[in-house]
Design a protein around this ligand. Sequence first.
Ligand SMILES: [Zn+2]
Length: 273
Amino acid sequence: MTVSEQNVPAEQGLPEQNLPDSAVASDPTDALSPVPGHTAQNRAPSTGRLRYCYGPMDCGKSTLALQIDHNHARQGRRGLLLVRHDRSGQPRISSRIGITRQAYEVGADTDIRELVRAQWAAGHRLDYLIVDEAQFLSTEQVEQLAELADDVQLDVYCFGIATDFRSRLFPGSQRLFELADELQPVQVDVLCWCGAAGRFNARVQHERVLRAGDTVLVADTEPGQSTPGGAKQAGTEPAAEEPQNVRYQVLCRRHYRQGDLGATAPHGQLRLA
Ligand SMILES: [Zn+2]
């Protein structure tokens, strides 16, 4: 089965003259009016939605991803969980508060449409996708997600970090900002050491903020775990520098710019949760 074969147009409704008055736009020039053929019983959106929830590290994105999955599953909807470079090193979505769920690891060359087709081939209906660490997706993979939302009506929930340690958009995040139907900042519980909202992920080595290096370097964020061997390098992208003693710390923009890690909390960040 191909993607297009499941694309059943939603506008195969009643002839226009049979429409109830409420379904007909009173102003035909209104760009937001229902298209002809939509009936009151046929108002379900004919495309899925592509959403991107983004925020700094430790802001609870993975927890939110698992909560959304739980909410949908409870409604009898079927979803597929995907992850790119999960911090656990396993194909699963893991939150730092201890909840985990198995997920499919998306590789650098994975065609996400093929993953969906494989689910169909196995007889599984799919209503939604949840993608964690979506900043690491390629631009092509983000475009595949948009295609799945448009053509086979999958609801796609992406979770990730907007900017890298240089404060530049990750390529995957950039494409999501360009294509997503909804952008949702997640800023629930991460503060800079000064108390301001933490928006930037500083890469720290030997208590200095690094400004250059490879974009993808998966390292620990917990104090005391940034020991040699504790930081792990992301699978396929080699890092030029030694990953040892590299950690990430969330800072506000001012302290990110200044490279100020805070005198009283050299390793940590204030957290509300
Ligand atoms: Zn600050």
